[in-house]
Design a protein around this ligand. Structure first.
Ligand code: ZN
Length: 350
C-alpha cells in the first residue's frame, strides 16, 4: 500500500529480529478482503505499508531468546499474533486478539508491515509459530492462517449444542468455514444464506443442510417457515449491520448470535425492540475476530491432519510466483463472482 487507494511494489530494508522474534520467508500467501479494505483506507491512512496477513513460510532467522524454532523450519502463522506478555491476554475466557486494546494483536498490516514481502517478522515466535507437519498440505496450512480459525471462531462463539439448528449469513470463505465448524460442533440442521453457485455447492459439502437465497424471497421468512419457528444460533459471516436485525428475528429466546463481520465505520445498528424480546429474551450477541497464537494453529492443523476438514477447497484461483501477488490482490479487490479465495504459491507445489 503506497497510500490510500494506491498499491504497488515497495523497496524496504529487511526486517530485523528482536530477541523474541522470528524472520520468515513466505512460500505461499493469500490476499484477503480485509487487505483490500485497508488499501482503500478502511483502517486508516497508512502509507508505505506492506499488506498481507495470510502466509506460510520457512524460518530464516530467530532472535536470541527463541527456543523452539530454528532456521529452515516450515511454519504456519495465524494472521493474529498476540503479544503474550501483556496481562490483558491472561483474562479468563478472553480472546487474546486484543492484547494492547481493540484488535491490538493484529500486528500484520494494522500495527506493522505484513506478509506480502520477501521476508516478514513474527513477534513472540515461540508462542505464535507452529511447525507444519509433513502430511498437512501447504494449501490447507495457508487457509489455517485466517479463513479457518475465523470461521471456526464464529461457530465456537455461537454456543452450538448437539443437534442445534444454526443459520449462517454469508458463504464466502469465512462463512463456509463457519458452516464446517458448526457441523464439527454437532449442529443438526444448518441453513446457509447465499446465492453464488460454487459457494452454495461447497457449503453443502462442508455440512449445510439447506441453502437459502434472497432471490426466493425474504430470507428470514423462508427460514422461519421451513423450520416452523426460530433457531438456536445465528452466525453472521457476511452482509452488513442489518444482518444483526435479521438474526434477532431468527434466534430463539436464550439463543446466541455470533458475528465475525468487520462492519463499516459508516454503519449504525438500531436494535428493534420487539425482536429483542423487549429486553427479556436472554439472547446473547457475541462479536469478535480470529483468535491468534501457536496453540490455536496447532488445533487447526490437527483438524486438517485428522481429515475432519479440508480448507484447501476454498482456494479456487491459484497464482504461481512471487511477482503474481499484485494479480491475486487485484482479483481480490475486483471480486469476480465465482471467486472464493485466491492464493499465490512462490514455487510449484502439488
Ligand atoms: Zn484474511
Amino acid at each position: 500500500m503506497i497510500k490510500v487507494g494506491e498499491h504497488g511494489w515497495l523497496e524496504k530494508d529487511a526486517p530485523v529480529a528482536g530477541p523474541l522474534d522470528a524472520i520468515v520467508r513466505p512460500i505461499a500467501v493469500a490476499p484477503c478482503s480485509s487487505d483490500t479494505h485497508v488499501m482503500h483506507g478502511g483502517a486508516g491512512p497508512f502509507e508505505n505499508r506492506i499488506l498481507g496477513h495470510e502466509a506460510v513460510g520457512i524460518v530464516e532467522e530467530v532472535g536470541e531468546l527463541v527456543k523452539n524454532f530454528k532456521p529452515g523450519d516450515k511454519v504456519a502463522i495465524n494472521c493474529v499474533t498476540p503479544d503474550w506478555n501483556v496481562q490483558n491476554v491472561q483474562r479468563k475466557g478472553s480472546n487474546p486478539s486484543h492484547d494492547v486494546g481493540l484488535m491490538g494483536s493484529f500486528k500484520f498490516v494494522l500495527q506493522e508491515d505484513g506478509v506480502f514481502a520477501e521476508l516478514f517478522k513474527v513477534n513472540n515466535a515461540d508462542a505464535n509459530l507452529v511447525i507444519i507437519p509433513d502430511d498437512v498440505p501447504i494449501k490447507s496450512a495457508l487457509m489455517a492462517a485466517d479463513m479457518m480459525p475465523t470461521g471456526f471462531y464464529a461457530a465456537e462463539q455461537a454456543n452450538i449444542q448437539l443437534g442445534d439448528t444454526v443459520v449462517v449469513f454469508g458463504i464466502g470463505p469465512v462463512g463456509l468455514m463457519a458452516v464446517a465448524g458448526a457441523r464439527l460442533l454437532g449442529a443438526g440442521r444448518i441453513y446457509a444464506i447465499g446465492t453464488r453457485k460454487n459457494c452454495a455447492e461447497l457449503a453443502l459439502e462442508y455440512g449445510a443442510t439447506e441453502i437459502i437465497s434472497y432471490k426466493d424471497g425474504n430470507t428470514v421468512e423462508q427460514i422461519l417457515e421451513k423450520e416452523g419457528g426460530q433457531v438456536d444460533s445465528v452466525i453472521i459471516a457476511g452482509s452488513n449491520a442489518s444482518a444483526i436485525n435479521e438474526a434477532l428475528a431468527l434466534v430463539k429466546p436464550n439463543g446466541t448470535i455470533s458475528s465475525v463481520n468487520f462492519y463499516d465505520i459508516s454503519e449504525k445498528f438500531d436494535i428493534p425492540l420487539i425482536e429483542w424480546g423487549l429486553g427479556m429474551s436472554d439472547v446473547t450477541l457475541k462479536t469478535g475476530f480470529c483468535p491468534g497464537g501457536g496453540m490455536r494453529m496447532e488445533k487447526m492443523l490437527n483438524l486438517i491432519q485428522a481429515g475432519r476438514v479440508d480448507p484447501s477447497k476454498l482456494i479456487n484461483y491459484e497464482f504461481e510466483g512471487f511477482d503474481k501477488i499484485p494479480d491475486a490482490f487485484i482479483m481480490m479487490d475486483e471480486k469476480p463472482r465465482d471467486l472464493i479465495k485466491p492464493a499465490v504459491f512462490f514455487d510449484k507445489i502439488e
